[in-house]
Design a protein around this ligand. Structure first.
Ligand code: PSV
Ligand code: MN
Length: 418
C-alpha cells in the first residue's frame, strides 16, 4: 500500500489552523528564550530513525503470539511498510536488516525499491544466536566464543556474509549481538571465552570495508542466565578498543541492569570516541522491548541531553546509528513504531532547547537547583508543534497516528495480504 500525496494534504488541511496557532505560540516562546527555531526544524527534517525489519509484525512472549492482520512476510513487504511509515512521518527513512531473517531474494532489486521509497540501509545485524535449518554446527554453547574452532569459523563466516549483503544495499555498519554465555557457574571459563570472542571479532574486523563500522552490543543476561560474554558496556568498550578505530559500542536501552545510569554510560562512550549507535526501546524490568518513551521519557531526554552535549553538532551529522529495537505484542506494529519515532524526536528536541550555557554556569557554581530547573524547563516545554511543522515542511502528516487511521492503512494491508 502507498499513501497518496492528496490524502496527506487533505489530512493536513483539516488540522492546519490549530497547528498554525500552536506552532506560532511555541515558536514565539522559544525565540524569546534565545532558541533558533528554524535550525531545529531543519534538523528535525534531516534526523532519521531506522526501523528494524523484525519489528514490523507482532512479536511474541514465550507464552504465545497473537498475530495481527496484513503483516508483512517477505523483506520486500517489510520495506513497503517502512515506506508507508516514512511517507506519513518523514522520519523513518532507514531500515536495519537482520540476516538471515531478511535475506532479500535479489539484493539489487531491493536496493532499487528502497531508493524509490527514499529509504537508506542502516546497520546490518548478524544472527549467531539461533541455529538455522541445514546449518552444520550448533550455537547451543555459543558462537564466536565457542570452544570448538569449527563453530567459531561458521559464525565468523556468517558475519562476513552479512557484510557482503550489506555492501550491495549500501549499508555502512555491522551490529554484532551475541547470546554467547553460560547457564551455570563453572560452565565457562570467563577469560578464555572473552579471548576467543575477541579473536573471532578480529577475523570479522579484517573483512570490514574501510568506510564501515562494527558495533558490539552488550546485554547483561538472556538467553544466558548465569553469564554473558559481552554483558555490559565495560566489556563492549574493551572489545571496541582492542579491535580498532572501526569498532564502537552499541547501546540498547533495554540491555542494562535495573536503574543503570544509561545517560552517564552514553557520555563516557562519547568521551572515549567509542559510541556507535542505539537500539531504542523502553522497559520497566529489563529487555521488555516496549514502545520508546512509554515508561521513562525523562530518561530518554537525559540520554539525548548527553548526546547533544557530546556531539557538539546536529545529531544527523554524526555517524552514530539510530535504530529502534522493539517488539509489539499488543499494538499494531506500525502505530507502535510511529509512536516510538515520535518519542525519540520529542526527546531530541527537548535536549536541543536546553540552555547549555546556563547549565554549564550552574554546574560550575555547584548550583544544583538551577541545573535541575534548566533541564526540567526544557523537558516540560511542549515542543510537539515543532515536530509537526517539520513533518509538514517535509511533506508528511501533521498527526501521524490519525493519518494512518484515517487512511485505513491496516485494513488495506490486510486485504492486500490475504
Ligand atoms: C537482543 O536482545 C537484541 O537486542 C539484539 O539487538 C538482537 O539483534 C535483537 O534483540 C533481536 O530482536
Ligand atoms: Mn538490540
Amino acid at each position: 500500500m502507498r499513501i497518496e500525496k492528496k490524502q496527506i494534504e487533505s489530512h493536513n488541511d483539516k488540522y492546519a489552523k490549530s497547528h498554525a496557532k500552536s506552532f506560532e505560540f511555541i515558536s514565539g516562546v522559544l525565540t524569546d528564550e534565545g532558541v533558533n527555531v528554524k535550525k531545529i526544524i531543519k534538523e528535525l527534517v534531516d534526523y532519521q530513525v531506522a526501523i528494524p525489519s523484525w519489528a514490523l509484525s507482532t512479536g511474541s512472549t514465550r507464552f504465545g503470539r497473537f498475530p495481527g492482520k496484513g503483516e508483512p512476510v517477505t523483506f520486500e513487504e517489510k520495506l513497503d511498510d517502512i515506506g508507508l511509515l516514512h511517507a506519513i512521518n518523514k522520519s523513518s527513512g532507514a531500515v536495519s536488516m537482520h540476516i538471515p531473517w531478511d535475506i532479500p531474494k535479489d539484493a539489487k532489486k531491493v536496493k532499487k525499491q528502497a531508493d524509490e521509497l527514499d529509504i537508506k540501509f542502516d546497520a546490518v545485524n548478524s544472527n549467531t544466536f539461533q541455529d538455522q535449518p541445514n546449518q552444520k554446527e550448533s550455537y547451543k554453547f555459543g558462537s564466536l566464543c565457542h570452544t570448538d574452532k569449527s563453530v567459531r569459523k561458521q559464525a565468523i563466516e556468517h558475519n562476513i556474509e552479512v557484510i557482503e549483503i550489506g555492501k550491495i544495499v549500501g549499508s555502512k555498519s555491522l551490529t554484532v549481538w551475541l547470546a554467547d554465555g553460560s547457564g551455570f557457574p563453572g560452565q565457562q571459563h570467563f577469560a578464555k571465552a572473552f579471548d576467543r570472542t575477541l579473536d573471532s571479532l578480529k577475523d570479522i574486523y579484517k573483512h570490514l570495508p574501510d568506510d564501515w563500522m562494527i558495533f558490539t552490543e552488550h546485554k547483561p543476561f538472556e538467553p544466558a542466565f548465569y553469564s554473558t560474554v559481552v554483558q555490559d558496556w565495560g566489556s563492549s568498550l574493551l572489545l571496541a578498543q582492542k579491535l580498532g578505530k572501526k569498532a564502537a559500542c552499541l547501546v540498547d536501552l533495554g540491555h542494562h541492569l535495573p536503574n543503570a545510569n544509561i545517560e552517564q554510560i552514553v557520555s563516557r562512550l562519547i568521551h572515549e570516541n567509542k559510541l556507535g549507535g542505539f537500539h531504542f526501546n523502553d522497559s520497566k524490568y529489563s529487555d521488555d522491548d516496549l514502545t520508546v518513551g512509554s515508561l521513562r521519557p525523562y530518561q530518554l531526554f537525559l540520554i539525548f541531553n548527553e548526546l547533544v552535549d557530546g556531539a557538539g553538532k546536529e545529531l544527523s551529522k554524526t555517524d552514530w546509528g539510530w535504530m529502534i529495537d522493539a517488539a509489539h505484542n499488543i499494538k499494531d506494529p506500525l502505530e507502535d513504531l510511529l509512536q516510538s519515532v515520535e518519542a525519540i524526536k520529542i526527546a531530541y528536541t527537548q535536549a536541543m532547547i536546553v540552555d547549555r550555557k546556563a547549565l554549564e554556569k550552574a554546574q560550575d557554581a555547584n548550583d544544583t537547583v538551577r541545573a535541575q530547573e534548566i533541564l526540567q524547563h526544557a523537558y516540560r516545554t511542549d515542543i510537539r508543534p515543532l515536530l509537526a511543522e517539520a513533518r509538514l515542511q517535509a511533506g508528511g502528516g501533521l498527526k501521524p497516528i490519525e493519518l494512518y487511521r484515517e487512511a485505513d492503512c491496516r485494513k488495506i494491508l490486510s486485504k492486500e495480504r490475504q
